[in-house]
Design a protein around this ligand. Sequence first.
Ligand code: MLT
Length: 377
Amino acid sequence: MPDRYLFKEIEVRTDAYKAQHPDARLLRMGVGDVTQPLPAAVIEAMHKAVDELAHVETFRGYGPEEGYAWLRQAVIDHEYTPRGIRLDIDEVFISEGAGSDLGNLSELFLPSNRVAILDPSYPAYMDGSIMAGREVIHLPCTIANGFVPELPKQKADIIYLCLPNNPTGTVLRRHELQQWVNYAIENQSIIIFDAAYEAYIEEDDVPHSIYELEGAKQVAIEVRSFSKSAGFTAVRCGYTVVPKETGLNAMWLRRQCTKYNGTAYVAQRAAQATFTPEGKQGIAANLAYYKRTAHLIADGLTALGYKVYGGKNAPYIWCKTPDTMDSWTFFDLLLHQCQVVCTPGAGFGDAGQGFVRFSAFSNRKDVEEALQRMKKL
Ligand code: MLT
């Protein structure tokens, strides 16, 4: 495992550059962190929740570890029922965001359980699995296979899938994802399905939830976040669905009650407001902004002669480095010559070597300027 977590390494290198060049205006397209303000309806809900905590009549202490019923029900009503997915309220667990749950879910399994991870992928899956002492099966996603991984040849007990994919932007069609569900049923595996980017899906026939697939409730845990859909990276709120059919629901509740004291009340009220008509409108505007930025980056890099993938159905653009330059060399080149920050593909796994990732969560003007600077380069 590298000494530093990928995004910390980027921060350290960027800060070092900034310390040496205090006047440089850095254009950040590295970590997938949102830049647009929260919708007014969300802000109002947070103000109201804060005021409730200021009065003895409306004050609240600990909430339920699994989240307030009003938010869990809103998640079911707005995210799952409209897609024909039936969930019980006690199958939805409110969290402080996807990142922690993606790591913590690992505690439901034996250290000897083998984990399959796409390469490249969000580094927390790999780092978390190494910390848990697990054997890892790498599933390479390359230009040759269109970044669509093959099913594991050995038996995998746990499979991390992130779709739309971070970092490559790949999506799987319904029939392709069904093959993974079938594999998990046949092999008694559990799929940990990271759906943090489902709001970026633009095409039909791409499932938004793994539970749209036949049999998935037996074998899949779905992890979602308000971060990338509603701009909650600072607020911190997400949710994890652990269906009873997986046999893991009671164990996850037991784990959460022991080790997690619940998501902040103010954050849960903010999340609830994302489901109001005004909240939905504000979020749709932000999503449209990021999607347009993704297209702008993809088209701009293509016009500069780069080979790019993703940017459609996903807020990330996966870009081949020029010639045979390695990822970190190109990262340093862009930082030093253009003051543009990207994410080196090698940080997502060995198969990410020779790529960098650009995030569309940046300000549009910064993206336009970054493309201009790269043109000069
Ligand atoms: C990223 O890939 O930039 C991450 O998703 C950021 C995060 O959510 O941890």
